[in-house]
Design a protein around this ligand. Structure first.
Ligand code: F6R
Length: 261
């Protein structure tokens, strides 16, 4: 796991976008795993800026979202499909038919979960997975206690996650759906490269557990310690709980340019 402590959000955006740009240069039909929420937005903003500047062409890629709320009607402004189209795929010129999300409005949710796993596999798996992390340590919506071997399925959101996400529902935590369809931890572990972004002091405890804590379902993100290629992009506030911050800074400062993330 490589930890990069950045001075500004722009640096996070640039580093994350560099990973995608480098991938797409060699593989224009790359498969991107995409997170919603605030954390990846600097990366999406930078990708869209590069597309608009004519420096990057994302029209050949496919995207797979991590999760979707259960029960929101299609097109709801807070649905994750609507969000990813608004924040990334529409402005980046990725055709809607190659933008995939779990179908949270399906009548048969277990069947929708199985179908989603099949679609990811049929696309050849995820090349780069962008992730955020919840203040309670969830990745995608694998809340504390999630099986480290889990696949796409229905999960119940914690009260804390619903309160954290109330800002997307006019501040009303009770309006945040109680359930979601989410990729499992084992699904995420199959991505070939994971880029996790965390910013703000509210993430410091979860980040300290993720990077330096014991691997445990209590902090689901810790499963990534078993992944061979994870890049963790942090701001100073999110890095505040790390005991080895000095070492991570030194390793990054001395990393050869050609290596990339
Ligand atoms: C969203 C997702 C979640 C978020 C996490 C952090 O698709 O899977 O795990 O990444 O809740 O959310 P933000 O970035 O809004 O703090």
């Amino acid at each position: 796991m490589e930890v990069v402590i950045c001075r500004a959000e722009e640096e996070i955006g640039r580093l994350g976008a560099d990973v995608v740009s480098r991938l797409v240069r060699t593989r224009p039909e790359a498969v991107l795993g995409v997170a919603t929420g605030s954390s990846p937005r600097p990366v999406y903003a930078e990708l869209v800026a590069r597309v608009r500047a004519g420096e990057l062409d994302l029209s050949g890629v496919s995207t797979f979202s991590l999760d979707e709320y259960v029960g929101l009607p299609e097109g709801h402004p807070a649905s994750y499909r609507t969000e990813i189209r608004r924040e990334l795929t529409d402005p980046a010129g990725i055709p809607p038919e190659r933008v995939h999300s779990p179908q949270g409005s399906a009548g048969d949710l277990p069947a929708a979960a199985r179908a989603y796993e099949k679609r990811i596999a049929a696309a050849g798996g995820v090349d780069v997975q962008l992730l955020g992390i919840g203040s309670d340590g969830h990745i995608a919506f694998n809340e504390p206690g999630s099986s480290l071997a889990s696949r796409t399925r229905i999960k119940t959101l914690t009260r804390r996650t619903r309160e954290d996400n109330a800002r997307f529902f006019d501040g009303d935590a009770d309006a945040v759906p109680t359930h979601c369809l989410t990729q499992g931890l084992a699904t995420i572990m199959q991505a070939r490269h994971v880029v996790l972004v965390a910013t703000g002091e509210g993430k410091a405890r979860a980040v300290a557990q993720l990077v330096e804590g014991a691997v445990s379902a209590r902090w689901p993100g810790t499963v990534l310690q078993w992944h061979p290629h994870v890049s963790v992009l942090l701001d100073e506030a999110a890095a505040a709980g790390l005991g080895l911050a000095g070492y991570y800074r030194e390793a990054w400062a001395n990393k050869p340019d050609w290596q990339g993330l």
